[in-house]
Design a protein around this ligand. Sequence first.
Ligand code: ADP
Ligand code: AMP
Length: 212
Amino acid sequence: MGPPGAGKGTQAEFIAAHLAVPKISTGDIFRANLAQGTPLGLEAKRYMESGQLVPDEVTINMVRERLAEPDAAHGFLLDGFPRTLPQATALDKMLADMGVALDVVLELVVDNDEVIRRLSGRRTCRNCGKIWHEAFDPPSRPGICDRCGGELYQRDDDKPETVAERLRVYARDTAPLIDFYGAQGKLVGIDATGPVEDVTERAKDALRPYGG
Ligand code: ADP
Ligand code: AMP
């Protein structure tokens, strides 16, 4: 968990590889559907463009299908889900049906000014989805992904007007989940400022008691 721009996608990539589990990012799944022009992508588009959340029912059904895939049978890392209380209660139910439970909820703690700096310079690879930052984590050749040679682009929803709306939506709809998971004793917060590798080390340390 954490606000847009906290570094969830960046860290999820390293942590999922470290734990050898799939990273399930609802934002990535919506963007892939958008790129392929599927009905789900078309439906999600208008919400994403304006910084709103895609309706719970659509999102929950999508996650339910994704969790039923074989690679999720031995654990998974969720990135960007749940984002509302109804999503969180639906997740609890889905997991109960699967006979599993959440081990831990990791919260990346960063202040508002830093997330705005991070979002304004975010660049994403059109080909492999790797996340870069033009100043904080630049590729060696501007505009080109070091990992796969793909073209980097700026997400439409990283425009300043949309960023402001996404931060409002986070505070209103998603931040209450911090208390929800805190009350369940599942929440572990880490300082997500400083270099990416330092944050990854803090995340690994925080996950170690849970078998990470
Ligand atoms: P989220 O998934 O939480 O929205 P991202 O992982 O996409 O956030 O990160 C947002 C931006 O911040 C990206 O451009 C990323 O390269 C950059 N970033 C991530 N972690 C750090 C960090 N520790 N320091 C500086 N920039 C970072
Ligand atoms: P992200 O990549 O996590 O920043 O998500 C990008 C956008 O996708 C969000 O601003 C929402 O419009 C949509 N989205 C991603 N995850 C969810 C979710 N769990 N619930 C609703 N909308 C979501």
